[in-house]
Design a protein around this ligand. Structure first.
Ligand SMILES: Cc1cc2nc3c(=O)[nH]c(=O)nc-3n(C[C@H](O)[C@H](O)[C@H](O)COP(=O)(O)OP(=O)(O)OC[C@H]3O[C@@H](n4cnc5c(N)ncnc54)[C@H](O)[C@@H]3O)c2cc1C
Length: 120
């Protein structure tokens, strides 16, 4: 947000480009969705709910896919600066990418949820 307000291109701050506001809105929706699924998974664990495995698999996939997508979008919105190590964004993008693979890859999360549906 700070960068989009401060950076001017084509005669006005980037924040005034409505297409970029749409991108920011999508990023916010991705983050809110990820947090909601994380809380649902944690709540299912606390309660020992019967659908805990599927909910945690959904939470893991949504949080890691959305988190990566939002960080990657943030880098893009910084233009060339986003790619420079001094800004720290490229490190966040690299660090988040591995979570789509670690602790059970996101394809395995799909497998878990798909099997749950098939067995229901
Ligand atoms: C930085 C880092 C740290 C790690 N730390 C640890 C650690 O501390 N402890 C530990 O035990 N492991 C660790 N790992 C290993 C990690 O858990 C595995 O990399 C991960 O589980 C994926 O397994 P794999 O690499 O063997 O991929 P593979 O099993 O070879 O899978 C390759 C691709 O095929 C997909 N795939 C595989 N099987 C299926 C299927 N049945 N259906 C659909 N798609 C499928 C996968 O999702 C993936 O996209 C680490 C990995 C990294 C990169």
């Amino acid at each position: 947000m700070a960068h989009l307000k401060q950076r001017t291109a084509f005669g006005k701050p980037l924040i005034d480009q409505s297409s970029l506001l749409f991108r920011l809105a999508d990023m916010e929706m991705d983050l809110q969705t990820a947090r909601t699924m994380l809380w649902r998974g944690a709540d299912a664990l606390d309660r020992g709910a019967p659908d805990v495995v599927a909910l945690c698999a959904i939470a893991k996939r949504v949080a890691t896919d959305n988190g990566f997508r939002v960080a990657n979008e943030a880098l893009q919105l910084h233009g060339g600066y986003g790619y420079l190590s001094e800004y720290g964004l490229e490190k966040i993008v690299r660090d988040l990418r591995v979570h789509q693979i670690l602790e059970g890859s996101n394809e395995i999360m799909q497998l878990i949820v798909g099997r749950t549906l098939a067995e229901a």
